[in-house]
Design a protein around this ligand. Structure first.
Ligand code: PMP
Length: 286
């Protein structure tokens, strides 16, 4: 695989970052995970906008324009002959000293991995999956705002470890108020009495691009939808539940902790939105 790194295409074994890079030393940097379907970078503008927004909020100046980043992603895809891919686009703070100050790192490091991802086993997309509610609480916006997609994912990783220890692939994280925030790498939706619900941005979430697409599709399909704070009780009593994310796409949740959700199978509204999402990808040219 050839990696785009700081303006050059290099072989995977030559794509290396310094041990003094603050992305490695402190998780100081930002990233995006982006799907490519049929040669089109899905929701390209939204991802690049979010990358620049995340960077601005940690006072990291990306030394390329948005257009140059898009061109670099195309170069990485072409270099590997890929039309279906999962791109990891990363901007680290760059090399610094052993102190914390980000302002002693003059050159951010930018790299683009044109890879693949399979987050959950294929059969779970048909049958739905079991998840737990993690004890690890999602960082509050006053700590490290989850709407910044930073390289510091240990909060999510601790919840992911809880999930794996419990024998399930994913964990739902609550915020400090005890309301539902999101999963370790996905946003969450429930369906109750025909209406879809999803936690609002102030609940402390990454404002997912897939979440945005699904909200738009629900509107087109005439499915009522509201952003609303949800409790664990709301989850257990939901008729349906599903997760959204670039890597996950749309996947049904059929069990939370020891509670079966709805009929224990992906529900009709979830199935409708999953089908609409697939169609949207197929017809999408952006
Ligand atoms: N929440 C978290 C914590 C994430 O890391 C992600 C992305 N993997 C999402 C939600 C989903 O966001 P998107 O749809 O933009 O991929």
């Amino acid at each position: 695989m050839r990696i785009w790194m700081d303006g050059k295409l290099v072989e995977q074994q030559d794509a290396k970052v310094s041990v003094f890079d603050h992305g490695l030393l402190y998780g100081d940097g930002v990233f995006e995970g982006i799907r490519v379907y049929g040669g089109t970078i899905f929701q390209c503008q939204a991802h690049v906008d979010r990358l620049f927004d995340s960077a601005r909020r940690i006072r990291l100046a990306i030394p390329l324009t948005k257009q140059e980043i898009v061109e670099a992603m195309h170069q990485a895809l072409r270099a590997n002959g890929l039309s279906e891919a999962y791109i990891r686009l990363v901007v680290t703070r760059g090399e610094g000293n052993l102190g914390l100050s980000p302002f002693l790192s003059p050159s951010p490091c930018i790299f683009i991995i044109p890879g693949q991802i399979q987050l959950y086993p294929p059969e779970m997309y048909e049958k739905g999956m079991a998840v737990i509610i993690a004890k690890t609480v999602r960082t509050a916006a006053t700590m490290l705002d989850p709407s910044v997609k930073s390289l510091n994912y240990l909060n999510n990783i601790m919840a992911k470890i809880e999930a794996i220890d419990a024998g399930v692939p994913e964990a739902i994280m609550l915020n400090v108020q005890g309301h539902v925030a999101e999963c370790t790498g996905d946003n969450i939706f429930t369906i109750k009495d025909g209406t879809a619900f999803t936690p609002p941005p102030p609940a402390g979430i990454l404002i997912g691009i897939t979440r945005g697409v699904v909200i738009k599709l629900a509107g087109r399909l005439g499915i009522p939808l509201a952003e609303k704070d949800l409790t664990p009780g709301d989850l257990y009593q939901a008729d349906e539940c599903f997760l959204t994310g670039t890597a996950a796409e749309v996947i049904a949740v059929t069990k939370i902790d020891d509670k079966v959700i709805g009929t224990g199978k992906p529900g009709p509204i979830t199935n409708k939105l999953m089908a609409a999402f697939r169609e949207f990808i197929r017809d999408s040219d952006q």
